[in-house]
Each structure stands twice: as C-alpha cells, then as structure tokens.
Design a protein around this ligand. Structure first.
Ligand SMILES: Cc1cc2nc3c(=O)[nH]c(=O)nc-3n(C[C@H](O)[C@H](O)[C@H](O)COP(=O)(O)OP(=O)(O)OC[C@H]3O[C@@H](n4cnc5c(N)ncnc54)[C@H](O)[C@@H]3O)c2cc1C
Ligand SMILES: NC(=O)c1ccc[n+]([C@@H]2O[C@H](COP(=O)([O-])OP(=O)(O)OC[C@H]3O[C@@H](n4cnc5c(N)ncnc54)[C@H](OP(=O)(O)O)[C@@H]3O)[C@@H](O)[C@H]2O)c1
Length: 457
C-alpha cells in the first residue's frame, strides 16, 4: 500500500456503499487497506433508496435527501444495473421480474453491503459540514456534526470520496405568473404519491424521467388529466387518453397556463419536474463540482478524480443510464488509485484524457450513442481494476430494447423481461401487470401466488 492512512467517504448511498465494498474486497484478497470512515447523515444507508415519507426537513432538521415516492418502481431494467459480483440470483435465489419496486432494490443493495460486513465503518446520523484542504500537509480537515449527540468534531484525512448524489437539491425555475396559481405547486423532490391527485388536472413541468413517471403514476392513480410541458423536445410516447404534452409555459394567470404555441389549459396542481442541482454545501468553491446533469461532467479525470486536486474524488456525479454497476466501476478505480495499484498520470496527461472524452461526448447525438458512451466509459474504468468485466454491449442492447418497449407502450414496458447479463437467468414474468398493481411492497412483490382478487389477466 502507498502511504495513505485515512480515507473519508461522504454519503452511504449506492455509490458510498460501492466504495465500502471495494475496500473490503481488496482487504479480503489480502491487501492492506487504509482506515476508512464513512459519514452518512441519515439513520440508515441506501441513499435515494432509503425512502422517507417526509418532505422539507428530516427528524434532525436537515434537508430531506430522498426524492423517491411510495409507489416508485425501477424505471430501467434491473439487468442493466446488476452488480457483476453480487447477482440478483445470489440475493433472491430465484428469478424475479425486470422492473422491481424500490423496496426490492433496497433489499438487494442492502444485502450486498451486509454481506461485505462494512456497516461498522459507517457513522450514521453524521452530517459533513465542511471539507478543507491544507496545501502544506496535503490533507483534508473534515468537520462533522453528530446529529444524535449534538457534538461537532473534526478529523483529518488523506483522501476524500464524495458520494452524496446529485438528485436531492431541486432546480426550481421561475415561471411568469406562477405566484397567481391558486393550487398546490411542488417540486418532484416533494412528491410522495399520486393517490391524492385522483380527479385532478395536473401540470407537470419538464420533459424527462420525473415528468414521465410521475405523469403515468398519476394517470394510474386516477388523475383526471395530466399535461407535461417540455422545454427542449417532447418525450414523444404514445400517451394514453388523459395524458398529453405541450411546449414550454409562456405564463400562468390564476388557474390557467398558456403555452408558447398559444394553447392553454386549466389546472388544479403543478409539479415541477425540472431536475436537480449538483450541490455540495460542505465543499469550498475550489473543490466544488458545478455541472449540468450530463454524462461527462467537466473537471473530473475519468469522471471521478478532481483534476485540480486528485486527492478528492466524486462517485456517481454523472447522469445515469447505468447506475449500480457504474458506481462499482468508479469505486474500484478510485480505490486502486488510493491503494497505489493504479497510477495517477501527470496533470497534463489527465487533461489530455479528459479532452479526448469530452470531445467524444460532444459528438453524442442521440440516446443510443449516449448509452454506448456510458458503456465505453465504464469499460475504460473496469479495465484498470480487478472488478469483473461484464458484457457491456449486451447491456446496451437491453437498454435499446427497453427504449423500444417504452415507445411501443409506456404503460406496459415494466411488464417486459430480459435475461441477466451476469448469469444468463431469464427474468420472471411478474404475477401482476404494473398498471394493475396497487401494492408496491416487497412482501407483495415476492409472493409467488398472489391472492386471486388482486390478479388481473
Ligand atoms: C426519483 C428518483 C428515482 C430513481 N430511480 C432509479 C431507478 O429506478 N433505477 C436506478 O438505477 N436509479 C434510479 N435513480 C438514480 C439514483 O440516483 C441512483 O440509483 C443512486 O441512488 C445514486 O446513488 P448515490 O450513492 O450516488 O447517491 P444517493 O442515492 O443520493 O445517496 C447519497 C447519500 O449521501 C448522503 N449525504 C448527503 N449529504 C451528506 C452529508 N453532507 N453528510 C453525510 N451524508 C450525506 C445522503 O443521505 C445519501 O444517503 C433514481 C433517482 C431519483 C432521484
Ligand atoms: N425510477 C423511476 O421511475 C424514476 C422516476 C423519476 C426520476 N427518476 C430518476 O431521477 C433522475 C432525475 O430525473 P429528472 O427527470 O428529475 O431530472 P432530469 O433528467 O435532469 O431532467 C430535468 C428536466 O427538467 C427540464 N427543465 C430544467 N429546467 C427547466 C426550466 N427552466 N423550464 C422547463 N423545463 C426545465 C429539463 O429540460 P431540458 O431537457 O430542456 O433540459 C429536463 O427535461 C434520473 O436519473 C431518473 O432516472 C427515476
């Protein structure tokens, strides 16, 4: 091992858990590893997947982290996010469907982390307030509040891994006249369930995953009408009756929204599905990543290591086609840099590498090219480490099939199944179609013989 003695991981969501697993796996294979401390501001791990009913602030008065809602199911096939060294077969011991609800995915990531025996490395209910770097000692001072004991402490680290996610601080645009709207206006971050919008006319601002999924969830739960307003381009799905798309909002006058094509409509509630900010309130500006939600954020060598200070690393800072297995690839690489198993090139070489990938990213023109870009990015990382390489081209194929399934029918794509890239196991057709399923619990999902009154053909 090189001379690194202490590593701080900030956040124990899927990215931070990947980092913990990466160090543990090096230790299990006989390597000496540094002292690792992971700070997690919530009482449990899982990040976004650690669902909360709360909005606004949590029980400690801290900003609520998770943007997930009660009835959220995976919006991409699980075969695209499967860990290469902890498969769904290993965890569930039988095939499950391709689009599990969030409790089931939490169970999966929790199972792997528990198996790694890393929970004692996490200081739960500890929020990182400040990270400072001393140029002379080349060390970080990390200031942390223990939210239960009300104690502030500082500790010194040689390397810092930021894994706090980037879908928690809402991007809230201003819209002309919105202050005159008499109904409720919330951001997707505060959306917890669509039941209460039954019978209402909903206006969703945004043209990406949150708008799409909150839109069809609301339709499923009986909204009278759902309109999604896009800025750049329509999503273009074959929406069911009662769901439509309009271009950007020109202005709002009371309950009426007028769109830039001159059309208008009356609405009962507005949900801003306008995305999130990369926001790291504990970092000074010179260490703070600022980026739109894209596949190759500037300033990060190999998408992870801060070019201006390579002792600082970010996991999961990209927009995400791939998720859990991409976080693994990143975590394994960062671990190997820290262990000295991978060599950090000179600043000039890093800059040239970043330019090359940024140029390639500029040439990405459609979704298929974007998925391939992220697959190649992950391949490049895995090639530097001992993380098991998997068939990334097959994952790309599954992603493209997923997109085609969505185009065919946005209400049935979650009923489709794909084979595991890791084990070849074909996913099981779920006992109930997604559109008919009103119980999203893990228990209900894992029932092999659901009660007859719930099953629809
Ligand atoms: C609504 C929504 C739905 C999604 N659905 C899917 C899906 O279906 N499939 C999929 O693969 N991905 C989905 N994602 C993507 C999701 O971002 C990833 O799956 C994953 O959760 C990202 O992991 P992460 O660890 O990088 O960040 P997060 O999951 O956000 O975890 C970050 C962790 O850092 C902690 N933290 C933050 N600040 C501090 C601090 N100052 N001090 C200490 N701890 C801190 C947080 O409490 C949290 O536990 C979804 C995202 C959203 C927002
Ligand atoms: N499992 C699930 O079912 C599920 C559900 C919801 C979300 N998610 C995940 O959550 C993450 C975030 O998705 P997201 O949709 O919230 O964010 P996003 O993908 O970053 O999209 C943000 C959207 O907001 C629009 N927007 C931003 N500023 C705007 C403005 N001023 N006026 C109008 N529109 C504006 C953007 O338009 P432009 O295109 O013009 O920039 C874009 O369409 C993704 O990883 C997604 O997969 C998953």
């Amino acid at each position: 091992m090189n001379s690194v003695k202490r590593v701080a991981i900030i956040g124990a969501g899927p990215s931070g858990m990947a980092a913990l697993r990466a160090f543990k796996s090096a230790e299990k294979s006989g390597s000496e590893i540094p002292e690792v401390v992971c700070y997690e501001k919530q009482d449990d791990w899982g990040g976004q997947w650690n669902f909360t009913w709360r909005t606004g602030t949590d029980g400690y008065g801290e900003p609520v982290h998770s943007s997930m809602y009660r009835n959220l199911w995976s919006n991409g096939p699980k075969e695209a996010l499967e860990f290469a060294e902890y498969t769904f077969d290993e965890h569930f011991n039988r095939p499950i469907s391709s689009y599990p609800p969030r409790e089931v995915l939490w169970d999966y990531i929790n199972g792997r982390a528990v198996q790694s025996g890393v929970k004692e490395l996490v200081r739960f209910a500890h929020v990182v307030r400040r990270v400072e770097f001393d140029d002379e000692t080349e060390q970080f001072t990390v200031t942390v509040d223990d939210l239960r004991e009300h104690v502030t402490s500082t500790e010194v680290f040689d390397e810092v891994i930021v894994s706090t996610g980037h879908f928690s601080f809402p991007n809230v645009p201003d819209i002309a006249g919105i202050e005159t709207f008499p109904g409720e206006v919330i951001h997707a971050h505060e959306f917890r369930g669509a039941e209460r919008f039954a019978g209402q006319r909903l206006l969703l601002v945004g043209g990406s995953y949150s708008a799409e999924d909150i839109g069809i969830q609301s339709h499923k739960m009986g909204a009278r009408h759902v309109t999604m307003s896009y800025r750049s381009r329509p999503q273009g799905f074959a929406w069911p009756d009662g769901v439509d798309e309009r271009p950007q909002i020109d202005r709002i006058d009371g309950g009426v929204a007028t769109f830039i094509d001159g059309s208008s409509g009356e609405f009962d509630a507005i949900i801003l599905c306008t995305g999130y900010l990369h926001h790291y309130p504990f970092l000074p500006e010179h260490l703070h990543l600022r980026s739109p939600n894209n596949l190759y954020p500037g300033g990060l060598y190999r998408g992870v290591t801060w070019q201006a200070n390579p002792h600082l690393h970010y996991l999961g800072a990209q927009d995400q086609w791939f998720t859990f297995n991409m976080f693994d690839a990143q975590a394994w690489y960062v671990r190997d840099l820290i262990l000295g198993r991978a060599q950090l090139p000179s600043a000039d070489e890093r800059a040239a590498h970043m330019r090359q990938w940024a140029d390639r990213y500029r040439g990405v023109e459609d979704d298929a090219a974007a998925v391939r870009f992220q697959a190649d990015y992950i391949r490049d990382l895995i090639e530097q480490t001992d993380y098991p390489m998997f068939d990334l081209d097959e994952v790309v194929r599954i992603f493209l099939e997923w997109k085609a399934d969505k185009k065919r029918n946005i209400l049935t794509y979650r009923d489709q199944v794909y084979p595991s890239v890791m084990t070849g196991t074909m996913a099981a057709v779920h006992h109930t179609r997604w559109i008919d399923e009103l119980d999203d619990s893990r228990e209900r999902y894992l029932e092999s013989q659901p009660t007859a009154d719930r099953v629809t053909s």
